[in-house]
Design a protein around this ligand. Structure first.
Ligand code: HAM
Length: 417
């Protein structure tokens, strides 16, 4: 029996990799322009990082993590997201010493054991940014603006920004009391899991995907009506700044996001092309996370975006991808001999900065020419035994079909001209 990829994972094949290069290139250029530096953290971390960072009663920690013991029995987890690892690295490397505000971005695979469906995978790729050390509402807007600039440069249209404020520790206390009493009265209409969450973490009930729970929650008290003055002012300033920058947004009073670390601003960017899994990016402020992971009180804000979901949306919108990069030259060898000579010549061509390859499968001349055509090369360099004896090769221009015999020593100049 053939072994297949695990459920919810996929290969990124050579014919698709150009899309990934293109997207990563746009992201890197734009984020460098915004002053963000790339960070790469390990793919697995101590499980405790996510339990403390994301929150024990979230779906991610409760049901979706790939967790396993190492050989000494310590619990490790494949990272389900990038924010907690970035904050761990920020603290471990004492980055606050370098600058009060630290701006980081990352790319990479994330892992969540969810039920796979269109746009939802068990291994998926995110890029994300984290702006650590600023309380300013303008920082929240920079995050949203950077995301939108990336999507716009990639040619994605019609995206919607939904924002909300989830308050802070202070104002949430009062709100959670009110939410709890509401939920206590609706126990029968809520699913088993929501019932369990009423005591442990009632805010997470607002996140439930169950349709009946969602209907019941329509009348639930809204956090936005219970913000303290500081959170209210912060939210007002975010909205004002978005409007001044002509960034369209809608307020989604039900938006709480599925991770516990959020405070104040929470947002999602929605793509109409994605069906049920329509969030192309999500993020917000997390002013307590650094402290919860053992650091000093330090505010932060960031977002992450699913790259597969970006590609799906771009394909549905028929966005044009950059042209595929092909080889410049194919070295064609006639006869059994001269393998090493052909390889030496190939390496010289490559050293001159010209992309080139040859056939390693022992194909006939005709079939080597076919391969050259498949690669859309500009030139083939044909090595015949007799010509090589005279230090000559044949250079064929594949567009004009012209060919001429030239001295080996002149080959690089001819190719470069
Ligand atoms: P998140 O909303 O869990 O946030 O994920 C961000 C994005 O990752 C989603 O909007 C979606 O595009 C993509 N994504 C999530 N799960 C899957 C999946 N199973 N399959 C495919 N794509 C998926 C976070 O991860 C936070 N760390 C974002 C953040 C950064 N907040 C502050 N800083």
């Amino acid at each position: 029996m053939k072994i297949q990829v695990p459920k919810g994972t996929q290969d990124i094949l050579p014919e698709d990799i150009e899309k990934w290069y293109f997207i990563e290139d746009v992201i890197r250029k734009i984020l460098n322009k915004y002053g963000y530096c790339e960070i790469r953290t390990p793919i697995f971390e101590h499980t405790e990082l996510f339990v403390r960072g994301i929150g024990e009663s979230t779906d991610i920690v409760n049901k979706e993590m790939f967790t396993f013991p190492d050989r000494k029995g310590r619990s490790l987890t494949l990272r389900p997201e990038g924010t907690a690892p970035v904050i761990r690295a920020y603290l471990e490397n004492r980055m606050e010493r370098i600058s009060k505000v630290v701006k980081l971005f990352y790319f990479g695979p994330m892992f969540r054991c969810e039920k796979p469906q269109a746009g939802r995978f068990r291994q998926f790729h995110q890029f994300g940014i984290e702006l650590i050390g600023s309380q300013s509402p303008v920082a929240d807007v920079e995050i949203i603006a950077a995301a939108l600039e990336i999507y716009e440069t990639l040619g994605l249209k019609g995206l919607q920004v939904s924002i909300n404020s989830v308050g802070c520790k202070k104002c949430r206390k009062d709100y959670i009391g009110k939410l709890k009493s509401f939920l206590e009265n609706k126990k029968e209409q809520l699913c088993f899991e929501c019932n369990n969450r009423i005591e442990k973490n009632p805010l997470r009930v607002l996140d439930c995907k169950n349709i009946k729970c969602r209907e019941t929650l329509q009348e639930a008290p809204k956090i936005i009506d219970h913000l303290c003055d500081e959170c209210k002012d912060h939210f007002e300033e975010v909205k004002e700044c978005l409007s001044d920058l002509k960034i369209k947004y809608t307020i989604d009073e039900r938006l709480v996001r599925g991770l516990d670390y959020y405070t104040k601003t929470a947002f999602e960017i929605i793509s109409g092309e994605l069906g049920a899994q329509n969030a192309i990016a999500g993020g917000g402020r997390y002013d307590n996370l650094v402290e919860e992971l053992g650091g000093k009180e330090t505010p932060g804000v960031g977002f992450a975006a699913g790259i597969e979901r970006m590609i799906i949306s771009m394909e549905k919108q028929k966005v044009s991808w950059p042209k595929k990069q092909y080889l410049d030259v194919f070295v064609v060898k006639i006869g059994e001999k001269n393998n090493i000579v052909a390889f030496q010549l190939l390496q010289e061509i490559r050293k001159a900065g010209i992309s080139a390859d040859l056939d390693y499968a022992g194909k006939s001349l005709k079939s080597q020419m076919r391969t050259a055509n498949k690669y859309h090369v500009k030139y083939t360099v044909i090595l015949g035994e007799e010509e090589l004896g005279r230090n000559m090769v044949t250079l064929r221009n594949m567009e004009t079909k012209e060919q001429k015999e030239i001295k080996i020593n002149n080959l690089i100049d001819e190719l470069g001209s």
